[in-house]
Ligand binder design. Sequence first.
Ligand SMILES: CC(=O)SCCNC(=O)CCNC(=O)[C@H](O)C(C)(C)COP(=O)(O)OP(=O)(O)OC[C@H]1O[C@@H](n2cnc3c(N)ncnc32)[C@H](O)[C@@H]1OP(=O)(O)O
Ligand SMILES: O=CC(=O)O
Ligand SMILES: [Mg+2]
Length: 729
Amino acid sequence: MNLPQEKQCAINPAFYQFINDEILPQTTLSSVNFWYDFNCLISDFSKKNSELLSTRHELQTQIDQWHRDNPHSGNETAATAYREFLQSINYLTPDVDDFEIETTNVDPEISTMAGPQLVVPVSNARFALNAANARWGSLYDAFYGTDVIENSGEFATAGGFNKQRGQAVINKAKDFLDQHFPLNHGSHHEVSSYLVYYQHLLAFFPDGSESGLKNACQFIAFDGSKSEPSFLLLKNNGLHIGLQIDRHGKIGSTDKAGIDDIQVESALTTIIDFEDSISAVDSEDKVAAYRNWYGLMKGDLSASFTKNGQTLERHLNYDRCYTAKSGEMYRVPGRSLLMVRNVGHLMGTNLIQDSECNNAPEGIVDALITSLIGSLDLQKNANDTFRNSHTGSIYIVKPKMHGPEEVRFTCELFSRVEKILKLPENTIKVGIMDEERRTTLNLKQCIHEAKSRVVFINTGFLDRTGDEIHTSMAAGAFYPKSAIKFEPWISAYENNNVEVGLKCGFSGKAQIGKGMWAMPDEMSQMMKDKIGHPKSGANTAWVPSPTAATLHALHYHQIDVFAEQKNILARTPAKMSDMLTMPVMPTSMRLTEQEVNSELENNIQGILGYVVRWIEMGVGCSKVPDINNIGLMEDRATLRISSQHISNWLIHNVCTKAQVDSVMTRMAKVVDKQNEGVVGYRRMSPHCQQSLAFQAAQALIFEGESQPNGYTEPLLHAYRILAKQQVSS
Ligand SMILES: CC(=O)SCCNC(=O)CCNC(=O)[C@H](O)C(C)(C)COP(=O)(O)OP(=O)(O)OC[C@H]1O[C@@H](n2cnc3c(N)ncnc32)[C@H](O)[C@@H]1OP(=O)(O)O
Ligand SMILES: O=CC(=O)O
Ligand SMILES: [Mg+2]
């Protein structure tokens, strides 16, 4: 390479080979130029990357000091002083004039449609394929397999197929049809057959009478013959559903109208996650993750696995083709539109190291490599089977950015990547995760920095609570975790995000999103709570699984998000003073010993349950039971909250180290028991101090105050690397 010695980087051989042999030959880029440009990119952007991290540290140090100098500053004068202080250190940045975003070439799933967003760890090919295919889901399966129908008494699922539960599923599904696809008269419950008459859907009743749809335009297309259709495609609020008709089917044979299932357009978009739901600590892990992303972009990713004693092979689904009511072909996407979440600015990777063996900033490497692989999609023609973006865009979700300066850096990075890959300017779009306090408080300025590439601002995130705790660590003891959610800062944060997004012209151009439903098995509760997301003007919200996507999709049939957005623009905006109000307990407030203990037990069970699988098994996202035995989705963001919360209580003497130690030892046994029989699991008890996972959990708690912004990845990576060495030695 023709670079001065100090600019030359060492590249991991397996990574080099993967990119050189498998990816670059499919592009017009020359290998020599690519690696040269890669080296220059790293050397040109690394310094700024470290400066940004230093700024984070300096700001945090000043904030901690301010709290020490202004203890218990809960009154109005102190609030004004606090705000002025944040302005003086440029934590609060100067406002920018009103503007509208200018992003172009955005796929409709992001710009003009409203529906669920699924997130999936890239490292799990089986799940990733399932997620990509989750554009469509079975409503009957989602109702039958979850608690949206009570799983007890006559409806219990134990044993084989429960016919009564099956009938309850059908009834519930037909209620849904009556609500959102009503007939001119009569009910879908009574229909004995459907057929297509000219361009209309007709439903027939047992007495020979018939009815069309109240809104005839909802009928879009069909499959099979007009007189005996096998599939009827309908549309409401921009989302399709399909009645699958098969009088010989398992369910269809028992149904009056022969409906065998109702297929629901579910996950419009999916985030393929390289960040908080995976454990990728070295070149080996990273190359495996890039390889899966490559398979998704190329379209040939497959996974074979055993389920219920059967060996199954999973591939990407094809698009679906039907006959439009006009007689032409009607094609609907068979897969979710894929976005890719890169890592943030914090960590380094040994995929590529500088002349002094320093790891390159991982975010820079991710930007180039996920875009390089993403660019393969852009070579496909419009009718190519597995084309992802039909508007020529690559969608990168960038997490954990702190304020406008960091967003600007990301945009400069993407611009440089476009030059290297010879892509038109602004091909690479950015999703801004509004999950750090400095981004929330300066959201308009952040969007302004990315106004030509921004495709989403998402809010309601778990990381945001982690950052709330860490930023104000020195201010006082935080409320218990469940109470933090009811303090004014969080609704102000969420409302502000939607309002700022709408004022910046997001409606019809980009997504305003909401956060994760973190109780994957509590679908009945999700159906009650998560309707709040579309109601609040968000045209997408995160779900943990395909089933959750199918169920959450029903909310978007109920709520016309784009109509809601118009009302929101007229309301009184969220107040900065509320966003700045820290969820810290008044000094007069004392929790009982039982309250403290139960909070510790819950947090520590979650921490250990997650960390042990991360460190010993390399699993980045797990379902871990809480103390009430409700399975919670745990990832690095939930770990950040729990570990920071305990650190905060230790600092403010709400609990003692001895108390934490004792709960940890007790909970290690509980977690070991929960994981009994899990292949690859390594116990922590009884010799907890020898367990790397246990040590990692201790470090996360006891060294929580000194972790950069309270992030968990530096310690997780360090201990996982040790665990990998232990296994291989
Ligand atoms: C704060 C944040 O950053 S949130 C973003 C990060 N979080 C995520 O990405 C959550 C992703 N979700 C998951 O990883 C999983 O749903 C977990 C870990 C929460 C639960 O996993 P499990 O206990 O294995 O799930 P469960 O047993 O209920 O279901 C497994 C089935 O659902 C599917 N599934 C579950 N989650 C997903 C998903 N996110 N995408 C695709 N398929 C999924 C699996 O493919 C599997 O089906 P299969 O057997 O046909 O392959
Ligand atoms: O990244 C998501 C979050 O909730 O944090
Ligand atoms: Mg996050």
